[in-house]
Design a protein around this ligand. Structure first.
Ligand SMILES: [Zn+2]
Length: 151
């Protein structure tokens, strides 16, 4: 299980190696994604709180990257944080997510990205529920819920 200490280590010393890499040009991403998905995942945007389709969904399944379909989170580690964004306590696999220090907007935060294609997903904070204490705060627009996998 990852803890805040691991997250800081990844952001300072380097991220775990992903199983594979997906790299596309900006034009290819733009053609594949909706304008809102493109703005969030490829231009580090944020959707408005409580606007995301996956925010209040607790159906069983796996949350995949909207850009490259890599599994990122699953419904068993989703929790209701009250923030207005889908929230998770752990990634589905240790090397699924990439972490980077983000000092924009006068705050120091840890940005989380898809480790396969570098899609911006959201941020992770050290104020989540026990035992990990982590809260991955993720944009709905950056994920697709695959319900088939739960069966
Ligand atoms: Zn991806």
């Amino acid at each position: 299980m990852l803890t805040w200490k691991d997250i800081i280590n990844f952001s300072v010393k380097g991220n775990p190696t992903p199983d594979k890499r997906v790299e596309k040009s900006e034009a290819e991403w733009r053609a594949q994604l909706t304008p809102e998905q493109f703005r969030i995942t490829r231009q580090k945007g944020t959707e408005r709180a409580h606007s995301g389709a996956l925010c209040t969904t607790y159906d069983e399944g796996q949350y995949n990257c909207v850009c490259c379909d890599t599994p990122l989170f699953d419904s068993t580690i989703k929790f209701s944080s009250g923030t207005g964004w889908p929230s998770f306590t752990q990634p589905i696999k240790e090397n699924a997510i990439k972490y980077e220090k983000d000092s924009t907007f006068g705050m120091v935060r840890v940005e989380v990205m898809c480790n396969t294609c570098d899609a911006h997903l959201g941020h992770v904070f050290p104020d989540g529920p026990e035992p990990s204490g982590l809260r991955y705060c993720i944009n709905s627009e950056s994920m697709v819920l695959d319900k088939e996998i739960a069966e």
